[in-house]
Design a protein around this ligand. Structure first.
Ligand code: NAP
Length: 249
């Protein structure tokens, strides 16, 4: 367990999957959490209810983080409703897979807009608040695909590689103001995003994992909780893979 007592956290895209596990974990470790969703209101409310049932504090906030005004308002509302903002987890993400030569402009743009520009939109607003408070931890959910590339995911790999460069730059810009930024690079994690993949792709992925199992959302959440906490006070600008031994960079 990381000690997040008294901290206030915004987790983008936490109605489902990895984000929902992160929201639950941060709350279990003592943080008050803003659970953001784009369309899945019922699922977000269920995450909030499960946190409250366990004795934690959470609010559900709708926002499309790819929209700059929506994202800025989300950060402002999180800050207002939680009474401050110590932790930002940029987790919201989508896939629109397809081979490069067949990839549409829309599939390229929507993935960049959500997975990369979305993180820029929230981080720009949160950074101002965190710099003023002289404390903060930003954790960006990238992917091993942003390090190694992956056939059929030119848009997604570009966004995640961009997110890694963004994280390192944010870390350099904000370090002197007491704000850290790190990226987490999950491998293959069992969520809605990966359940739709064909069996052949799942088998190929499993073959590439030294531990011979897919990751759970909790595997990712425990690393995020650590990086968000003061236990990681001297860690910034890093990319940490949580992939069961898929990449060894
Ligand atoms: P998921 O199950 O598909 O959930 C995606 C979440 O993002 C949902 O809560 C969704 O909210 C939210 N979201 C999507 N677009 C949004 C937008 N424009 N504004 C706000 N929220 C938005 O995905 P996941 O597998 O948990 O993935 C979470 C993150 O981990 C992503 O960044 C993904 O790229 C990354 N990742 C996943 C894996 C994996 O194996 N699963 C591996 C590496 C990295 P709504 O339901 O309301 O739309």
């Amino acid at each position: 367990m990381a000690d997040l007592t008294g901290k206030r956290a915004l987790v983008t895209g936490s109605s489902r999957g990895i984000g929902a596990a992160i929201a639950r974990r941060l709350a279990a470790d003592g943080a008050a959490v803003a659970v953001n969703y784009a369309g899945s209101e019922e699922a977000a409310r269920a995450v909030v209810a499960s946190i409250r049932d366990a004795g934690g504090t959470a609010v559900a906030l709708r926002a499309d983080i790819s929209d700059p005004a929506d994202a800025a308002a989300l950060v402002e509302r999180s800050h207002a409703e939680l009474g401050g903002l110590d932790i930002l987890v940029n987790n919201a993400g989508i896939t629109r897979d397809g081979l490069l030569v067949r990839m549409s402009d829309e599939d390229w743009r929507s993935v960049i807009d959500t997975n990369l520009t979305g993180a820029f939109n929230t981080t720009r607003s949160a950074a101002k608040l965190m710099m003023k408070a002289r404390t903060g931890s930003i954790v960006n959910i990238a992917s091993v695909v942003g390090i190694s590339g992956n056939a059929g995911q030119a848009n997604y790999a570009a966004a995640k590689a961009g997110l890694i460069g963004f994280t390192r730059t944010v870390a350099r810009e904000l370090a002197s103001r007491g704000v850290r930024a790190n990226a987490v690079a999950p491998g293959f994690i069992e969520t809605d995003m990966t359940s739709a993949l064909p069996e052949a792709a799942r088998t190929a992925a499993l073959d590439a994992i030294a531990m011979k199992r897919f990751g759970s959302t909790e595997d990712v959440a425990s690393l995020v909780a650590f990086l968000a906490s003061d236990e990681a006070a001297y860690i910034t600008g890093q990319v940490v893979a949580v992939d069961g031994g898929m990449t060894f960079a």
